[in-house]
Design a protein around this ligand. Structure first.
Ligand SMILES: *Cc1c(COP(=O)(O)O)cnc(C)c1O
Length: 355
């Protein structure tokens, strides 16, 4: 780490951790003792500060609120049986945040601030990392435009912040998904490949309509032909058809998930045939009809694997093989959990040790 960004640390006087049962708190509502804040102004980043988690005063003219210059990341820290804390592939999140920053005309965050700040923050708040079988500390780094001025232009000031919250037993029940061919998550030339805040706001209405019909999520299709599947909710989409693991190829309408990348690496390592390409709805329905469609799931940091048990399309429901029969995704889920909890050798070098 360069000396330029040594971090100011204002420690909380008394930790709040004993006020919570961190293995059972509801997700996303209880935040750890500290947060990291770094400011950008006058064309440069200033010394980051770690301070007690708190609300901050804000101007209603703050540009992020009006024009959506706001991006984020989602990652997790895990605790092994020895009490050591590690992150899963954090450099990937760092690189992706800056890819998002470039697309949204925001300044890139220096590695010393992102990785160095995150390391210091986790050292301070290690007591907040659950040590249960499926628990983790969810980490939310984000970058927002803070100019106090209304007017559509790139902000001149920004804040990069990291807040964290314990995720006790994050688990996704198997989900029913509806293929959406009317509303789109992403378009060519747009921002679907980055974690821009507006992508999530725009997804809520179609998701609400699907939920009113009894589905939990939508499967997004391409906005040009409406024939090819892209993602499910805020997860990448995977299929096992015959002995092949299939996922839509990346492009500017698909978010390049770190879980996706990891699932594909495991599939390769285990000798599966892996295909990253366009996958059409007729292809999926044909595989369903002839019995070769074995697995379908979403993958992402939040749930790791969310099993899809029913696909709704054009007024019909297609039920997929029982979750208990799904060997590939079950093995992926177990393997990732074991790597993260330090129970098997980390042969891929995915874990980044904090303490
Ligand atoms: C964050 C996200 C994912 C999953 O990415 P991970 O790095 O695996 O957490 C997939 N799709 C969308 C749209 C996302 O925002």
């Amino acid at each position: 780490m360069t000396g330029t960004f040594d971090i100011t640390i204002n420690k909380i006087q008394t930790s709040r951790v004993s006020e919570y049962d961190i293995n059972n708190v509801p997700f996303g509502k209880c935040f750890s003792d500290h947060m990291l804040v770094a400011e950008y102004s006058d064309g440069k980043w200033h010394k980051p500060v770690i301070m007690p988690y708190a609300d901050v005063p804000m101007s209603y003219s703050m540009s992020a609120l009006h024009y959506g210059q706001a991006i984020f990341e989602g990652m997790k820290a895990y605790k092994n049986d020895k009490g050591e804390v590690s992150l899963f592939r954090p450099t990937e999140n760092f690189i992706r945040l800056n890819k998002s920053a470039i697309r949204m005309a925001m300044p890139e965050v220096p590695e010393e601030i992102f990785m160095g700040g995150l390391t210091e923050l986790l050292k301070l708040d290690s007591a907040w990392v659950p040590n249960s079988e499926t628990g983790s500390l969810y980490i939310r780094p984000f970058l927002v435009a803070t100019d106090q001025a209304i007017g559509v232009k790139a902000s001149e000031t920004y804040k990069f912040v990291i807040i964290t919250c314990p995720a006790g037993k994050y688990y996704s029940d198997p989900i029913k998904v509806l293929v959406e061919t009317n509303y789109f998550r992403a378009v060519h030339g747009g921002v679907g490949f980055v974690k821009a805040a507006g992508n999530y706001g725009r997804s809520l209405y179609p998701t609400k309509l699907a939920q009113q019909k009894g589905y939990q999520q939508v499967i997004w299709t391409d906005s040009t032909t409406h024939q090819y599947v892209e993602e499910s909710g805020t997860m990448n989409l995977m299929f096992v058809i015959g002995d092949t693991v299939l996922t839509p190829a990346l492009g500017d309408t698909i978010l390049s998930g770190i879980t996706r990348k990891s699932v594909l690496a495991l599939a390769h390592e285990w000798g599966f045939k892996v295909e990253e390409r366009k996958i059409s709805i007729p292809e999926i329905l044909t595989a369903h009809a002839n019995g070769t469609l074995q697995e379908c799931f979403g993958c992402g940091t939040a749930a790791t694997i969310a099993q899809i048990v029913t696909i709704g399309h054009d007024g019909k429901d297609y039920d997929l093989p029982a979750v208990e029969t799904r060997k590939f995704s079950t093995r992926v889920d177990e393997t990732l959990r074991n790597i993260r909890k330090g129970k098997v050798a980390d042969t891929m070098n995915w874990m980044f040790k904090i303490s």
